[in-house]
Design a protein around this ligand. Structure first.
Ligand SMILES: O=C(CO)[C@H](O)[C@H](O)COP(=O)(O)O
Length: 228
């Protein structure tokens, strides 16, 4: 199975197996979350009532195209589900996110959800995190100072760019992409990174994933429930 098919399969499985009439859902960002949102659009056309909270402006646009009623995160105390992709996920179900630059809203929305579901094609499962650069959202003021402080944790850093310009997140911040050869202690690292002045949030999602929907050996869907 190719990667695109895997993304479609896990995304559609998340929507059909977990999304129920009347739910309010956190809508992820990226090419796997795309299939969840498309499927939810079909479910609404077939008669379901659903509300969504978007994790990015790109997702907001897609959700509107799919006929999903969007609400503000501040209008609800909690969400029934949040369904999102990941850049990497390890055997402890610790994930990294933010490849699409939406990690801050994604983390706020995942935290607000009763159940956080990650949908991941087979390439996302890793032995240890760190092969994919870890995104960290930082405030623009003094970003080079913040970047230097981040480097002390043993990574190479790059300020993310798009079309030759510094990439600006939906929150008006920058992203520092951090290459660690391998992340040895993700739990400690996430705390250390968030203690750096100028860091808004990092892309480590520790003890947050409740369900992982992925593809086993590039062949079949697997649904794993996590005890947090
Ligand atoms: O964290 C994210 C966006 O900020 C995405 O979920 C992550 O980058 C995975 O993307 P894709 O589903 O396109 O592979």
């Amino acid at each position: 199975m190719d990667r695109q098919n895997e993304k479609a399969l896990v995304g559609e499985a998340a929507a059909t197996q977990f999304v129920k009439d009347g739910m309010t859902i956190g809508l992820g960002t990226g090419s796997t979350a795309y299939y969840v949102i498309k499927k939810m659009g079909e479910m609404i056309k077939a008669g379901m009532t659903l509300k969504g909270v978007a994790t990015s402006k790109a997702t907001e646009k897609l959700a509107i195209e799919c006929g999903i009623q969007l609400i503000d995160i501040n209008e609800v105390e909690e969400l029934d589900l949040a369904i999102d992709g990941a850049d990497e996920i390890d055997a402890n179900f610790y994930a990294t996110k933010g490849g699409g630059g939406a990690l801050l809203r994604e983390k706020i929305i995942a935290n607000a959800a009763k159940t956080f579901i990650v949908v991941a094609d087979g390439s996302k499962k890793v032995q240890s995190l760190g092969k994919f650069p870890l995104p960290i959202e930082v405030v623009p003021f003094g970003y080079k100072q913040t970047e230097r402080a981040i480097r002390k944790f043993g990574c190479k850093t790059e300020i993310r760019e798009k079309d030759g310009e510094i990439f600006v997140t939906d929150n008006g911040n920058y992203i520092v992409d951090c290459s660690f050869s391998s992340i040895q202690n993700p739990t400690q690292l996430q705390q250390d990174l968030n203690n750096i002045v100028g860091v808004v949030e990092n892309g480590l999602f520790i003890d947050m994933v409740d369900v992982l929907i992925s593809i086993k050996e590039h062949k079949e869907i697997s649904v794993e429930y996590v005890q947090n």
